[in-house]
Every structure is written in C-alpha cells, then in structure tokens.
Design a protein around this ligand. Structure first.
Ligand code: HH2
Length: 287
C-alpha cells in the first residue's frame, strides 16, 4: 500500500512508512482508564507534550467519554474542555492534533483552535453537519464502527458475521463520506474495538484486520487498556492492561494496521516498531 499520506492542513502524515502512534488525551472526568487525570489544561498540555517526546506521531484530544453506558455531553462543555488544550498544544508541538467528537460544533471549534483531524466514533452518523464540515475544512476523518450508541452498545451485541458486517459498514461510510466531498485519500477506517462487541467479536476483529486493508484506506486500531484485555488476562484495573495492549498492538501492526490509538505511548512505540520490523525486515535492516 505505497504512497499513503494524510494531509492534516499542511502537515503530512506518511502512513505507510512505519506504524503511527496516536496518543490519547482525554480531557474528561470520567474516561474509563484516565478520567480526571488531565482535566486541568496545564496537566493535559504537559501530558500531550510528554507523549510527543515519547514518540507519538499525532494526538487525539477528547472532551467526552464514550465508555459503555455513558451519556452524550453537550457541545459547549466539550468545547470548554478541549479548546484551550488544543490551542496551547498547537503552538507548542508540530504533531497533528485530532479531535475525538461526534458533534460538528465541537469539531469546528477544535479546528479553529488548531486541530487538523476529525475522529468521529459515529462515522459521520451523529450530526448531519459533520461531513460537510470535514469536506470544507479538508481534514482527514476517522470513520469508526459502533453498534448502537455508547449508552446501549454493550447490551447484548449480536452479529451473524462480525468481520464481514464491520467491513461492509465501513465501506458504506466511506462511500457516504466521499459523496459528501471528503476525498478517499483523507479517510481512515477503524473497526471500533469495544464499541458494541463481545469479547469474541473483539478478538475476531483483531484476528482479521487484513480484511480491512482492501478498503484502500489506512486502518486505525484502538485496543488500549480496554475491557476485552481485562477479560482475557483477568486484570481488573485498566492501567494494569499495558502488556495486554502491547500484544494487541503487535498483532495489529503485524497484520498491517497503520495507526494505533494508545494511552501508553512509550511502550506502544516499541511494541509497534518491533512488530513492524518483523513485518518488513528489509526496512528494519536498511542502514
Ligand atoms: N476508543 C475510545 C474513544 N475513541 N476513537 C477511535 N477512532 N477508536 C477507538 O477505539 C476509540 C476512539 C475509547 O477509549 P478512551 O478514549 O480511552 O476512553 P473514553 O471513551 O472513556 O474517554
């Protein structure tokens, strides 16, 4: 898959040279693993810069938790949380900043503050103004699969063939985005690990990442510290799921995933680079 590039308002992310690490920055009181850690703007900015120093290629800033059972948060409160963090980070680091939201008014304020990627876990279904905004702003868009909404998504999710259904959904969302004016070259797809999936669904999706590569866009995977790892390893605390996350990241990179959305940047930089070296030995040994 040669020549993949995302144009983040002039900052170019080369997607096929090495795996890209997207550092997670949740400016929320209630995110499932780091809620409350970075509510203060200064603490959030410091964490963002730390992740960049640890090897993050881009940062994903969110003001709303989408953990199972969560309610949606009004736009003005999301903006109040993320805008000052984005504004400051945009002036203190060169890496592209992504806004994790389903609301166009939040995305618009974030773009004004310096974000240059939209990460929409509703895949442009949550707000009819989101696709036109993305098209007009010319920024990359992450389209993620989710069954239902965060409030109800983990209540008995069912599929006949989870891999095929998630792939078909993402193909349909790509067509929708393109019809709205977002070029295919600016789209990223994501199977949405943990969003309306049982343990088996998550494992099957990670086992079959290759099936998404033929969609012809970069693939983003977000396994970081999630409950499926806790279930497999019997680890209750999300912050204790780092090694399980590293295993999932390595498998995803070996299968061809391009972007890894993670909390533990330092560890996942190494896991991803090691897996990439095994996938492409000639690149790793080039002097
Ligand atoms: N996962 C979460 C949030 N946003 N976006 C994409 N594209 N893919 C993901 O897998 C994904 C995402 C949930 O993780 P986190 O941000 O750590 O938690 P919370 O939603 O509780 O803030």
């Amino acid at each position: 898959m040669a020549g993949f590039e995302l144009n983040c308002r002039g900052k170019v992310l080369a997607v096929d040279e090495r795996p890209l690490i997207m550092g997670i920055l949740n400016v929320t009181p209630d995110s499932f693993s780091d809620g409350g850690d970075y509510l203060d703007t200064a603490a959030a900015v410091a964490r963002g810069l730390e992740m960049v120093a640890q090897g993050a290629d881009l940062l994903d800033v969110g003001g709303e938790s989408t953990r199972p059972g969560s309610e949606s948060l009004p736009a003005d409160e999301q903006i109040r949380r993320v805008a000052p963090v984005l504004w400051t980070l945009a002036r203190e680091t060169q890496v592209p900043l992504s806004i994790d939201t389903t609301l166009s008014s939040v995305a618009e304020a974030a773009l004004d503050a310096g974000a240059s990627i939209i990460n929409d876990v509703s895949a442009l279904r949550g707000d009819s103004e989101m696709a036109p905004l993305a098209a007009q702003a010319g920024v990359p868009v992450v389209l993620m699969h989710m069954l239902g909404t965060p409030r109800i998504m983990q209540k008995n999710p069912e599929y006949e063939d989870v891999v095929a259904e998630v792939r078909a959904f993402l193909a349909e969302r790509m067509a929708f985005a393109e019809a709205a004016g977002v070029p295919r070259s600016q789209l990223v797809v994501d199977p949405g690990i943990g969003f309306g999936k049982t343990l088996e669904h998550n494992l099957l999706l990670l086992q079959n990442i290759e099936s998404l590569l033929s969609l012809g866009t970069p693939v983003l995977i977000g396994p970081s510290r999630k409950a499926f790892i806790g279930k497999v390893l019997d680890v209750a605390q999300p912050k204790d799921r780092v090694i399980g996350t590293a295993a999932a990241v390595a498998v995803a990179v070996r299968a061809g995933a391009h972007i890894l959305r993670v909390h533990d940047v330092q560890e996942m930089r190494q896991a991803a680079d090691m897996a990439a070296a095994i996938r492409f030995p000639s690149r790793a040994t080039r002097s």
